[in-house]
Design a protein around this ligand. Sequence first.
Ligand code: IPM
Ligand code: MG
Length: 365
Amino acid sequence: MKNYKIAVLAGDGIGPEIMNQALKVLEVVEKRNDISFELLHGNFGACAYFSDGKAFPEETIAMCDAADTILKGTIGLGHEESKQIPVEERPERGALLPLRKRYNTYANFRPVSLPPELSHFSPLKPQIIGDGIEIMIIRELVGGLYFGEKQKGTDAGGKRWVKETLEYDEEQISKILHVGFQTAMKRQKVLHNVHKSNVLTSSVLWNEILDEIAPEYPEVTVKQVLVDAAATALCLNPGQFDVMVMENMFGDILSDQGGGILGSLGLMPSACLGDSKAYFEPSHGSAPDIVGQNIANPYAMVGSVAMMLDMVMGLEQESKKIWKAMQSVFAEGYSTPDLSNSDSDIKMIGTDAFGDQIVTHLLNS
Ligand code: IPM
Ligand code: MG
């Protein structure tokens, strides 16, 4: 029997509520496969700062080091509340970015998936949605502006200034582009390369490297698109995209737009892969405004579990069944208050009940 140690970092806000649903799903998978999960629960984020004085405490680091993979909930506090924490220990800077850096999880997969069962959530017109949206955004996750050198100062005249640098070396670019090509090979064999080479030198190098790599994937058609044009095209004609690859900051912004065209960031799971460790997290935040109300939809969290089972554990069939189970719950007319209005003909249920519905469908599959 294969045993996997999973570091479970529920985090802040709605993190623990949606993580509970993810763990229910894991239990089903464990029971019916020749596999066992050892869950290591760790403090991470603002809650860890308040309990341990650090957003990514040593104990959690040791736990993540020892784990085969990491399942993360959400982190962060509301704007005002976060002022209680020194800037460097705020969950994004103090926990999330160090997690990404430590395990060099450079390849961030963010599926923007709108099967027919979910199409009513999208703000796009039916003629634009067509048969549905199936995009894989691949975002470089440990380079660029996020991790480049930062400086702050005051000039002789007393004027304050900042300098942030967008840094990449050819190895980083090449690695993420290979991920893009390999993903395209498994799908429609079309790769949209998102860049800003009309302005940024980093994009010029990025595209040079792409031209060097492309001959290794003769079956893949590369389509070039400027990042600003990509933003428009995602709204006007999302069906043209299958795999999109881009640098860190572009990916942060366009993947949120992906959530926008689906109708909610709550429908955006993600996988963050490094060469030796991966972690999985919803793309959305901790939603402090709805914490503790049992109204957050667990789709992105449970979807992240589905990605983990497929990408780390090779349980492709179970992963597919989880996606199907979630879609079936929506297809039966259920939803949660964060996603839907109560005046529609939706059968409104809470986070827990939604998790139970997923489990019921999963058990029947
Ligand atoms: C994301 C988030 C993070 C990011 C924040 C919380 C630092 O927005 O995962 O997209 O900018 O990468
Ligand atoms: Mg983001």
